[in-house]
Design a protein around this ligand. Structure first.
Ligand code: G3P
Ligand code: CA
Length: 277
C-alpha cells in the first residue's frame, strides 16, 4: 500500500474511534472561497514575537488551523523552537543556537524586540510546544537547517512517537524542510506522518521534479512568487497538496486563494480566515 493510501485509510478508520475526532471537529476555515488551511507562520508573527508561546496562543485565538514552528538544537542536545541559526535578531543575546546550552537559551528574552508587552517571553522547547498544542491545533514542524544538527531527524521522530503523534489519526502534524534529504529521512523514520518540501526554486516546479518529490512527500510548499495555476494543478496531479508562504498582505492571500492552494502560511491569520474580519 502506498504511503498516501496508508495515511488516508488510517485517518478515516482512526477518526471513527479517536478522541481526535472531537478535537478537530471545529468548523473549517471557509468563506465563499475554497477551503484552505490557515497556517500561522511562526505563530501569528505579524502581531506577536515569532516562535513564542505568546504568538502561538494568539494564533489559536485567531482560529488558525495550524501553527508553524522552526526546530533547531541546543549545544547540549535539546530541541528548541527558533527561526534563525543565531539568537541575535530575536533575542537580547548573541551567538549561534547550536553553541548555546538550553539553560543559556532559556535565559534570553525572545519577546522584547517585538514590543515591551512581550518582555521575558522565552525561547520554547520543541517538547513544550508539542505538549501544549497537539490535539488543539495542527502543527507544521519545520526542521530548520537540519544539516547543522546531525541526528535531529531521529530525535524529532522519537519525540513524536513518545506522544503517539506518529500515527495516522494525527494527520495535523506535518514535517517540512528546505533540506529535501532530511525529509526523505523523516519519511523513512515516520512513514505515516506527512512531509513537505520548501523551496523558492522555480526549477523544482517541473512535472519531472514534482514527480520525484511525490515519492516521499505529501506537500510541496513554495514561496508564493513561483505559484501559478499550472504549478498547483501539477502538484495536485502528482497526488500532493500545496501550501505557500509567506503572506504578509491581503493581496498575497487573495492571490493564493485564486490559485486554489491548499494551505496559506501567513504572519497575519486574519488575512486568510474570514471569521476574523
Ligand atoms: O513555512 C514556510 C516558511 O516558514 C519558510 O520560510 O524562512 O520563514 O522558515 P521561513
Ligand atoms: Ca519556518
Amino acid at each position: 500500500m502506498n504511503k498516501k493510501l496508508l495515511i488516508g485509510t488510517g485517518v478515516a478508520f482512526s477518526l471513527l474511534f479517536s478522541p481526535f475526532s472531537q478535537a478537530f471537529a471545529e468548523e473549517p476555515t471557509t468563506g465563499e472561497r475554497k477551503q484552505v488551511d490557515n497556517v500561522a507562520h511562526r505563530g501569528a508573527a505579524g502581531y506577536a514575537p515569532e516562535n513564542t508561546i505568546a504568538g502561538f496562543d494568539l494564533a489559536v485565538d485567531m482560529k488558525a488551523d495550524y501553527i508553524e514552528i522552526d526546530v533547531q538544537r541546543s549545544k547540549d542536545g535539546e530541541l528548541v523552537v527558533i527561526h534563525d541559526t543565531t539568537v541575535d535578531r530575536t533575542t537580547d543575546g548573541k551567538g549561534k543556537v547550536g553553541d548555546l546550552t538550553l539553560e543559556q537559551l532559556r535565559s534570553l528574552d525572545a519577546g522584547s524586540w517585538k514590543g515591551e508587552e512581550f518582555a521575558g517571553e522565552p525561547i520554547p522547547t520543541f517538547e513544550e510546544i508539542m505538549d501544549r498544542y497537539h490535539g488543539k491545533v495542527g502543527i507544521l514542524i519545520e526542521l530548520k537547517a537540519p544539516e547543522l544538527y546531525p541526528g535531529i531527524e531521529e530525535q524529532v521522530a522519537e519525540a513524536l512517537s513518545e506522544r503517539n503523534l506518529d500515527k495516522p489519526q494525527n494527520e495535523k502534524i506535518i514535517l517540512q524542510s528546505f533540506n529535501f534529504d532530511s525529509m526523505k529521512k523523516m519519511d523513512e523514520l515516520l512513514p505515516q506522518v506527512p512531509v513537505g518540501v520548501l523551496t523558492s526554486n522555480r526549477a523544482l516546479t517541473t512535472k519531472a521534479a514534482l514527480k520525484e518529490i511525490s515519492t516521499y512527500a505529501e506537500w510541496f510548499n513554495p514561496s508564493y512568487g513561483i505559484v501559478t495555476e499550472d504549478v498547483v494543478n501539477e502538484v495536485h496531479s502528482q497526488g500532493m497538496q500545496i501550501g505557500s508562504w509567506t503572506v504578509r498582505s491581503q493581496e498575497a492571500a487573495d492571490f493564493l486563494f485564486d490559485m486554489k492552494v491548499d494551505a496559506i502560511i501567513t504572519d497575519y491569520p486574519d488575512y486568510v480566515d474570514p471569521r476574523n474580519e
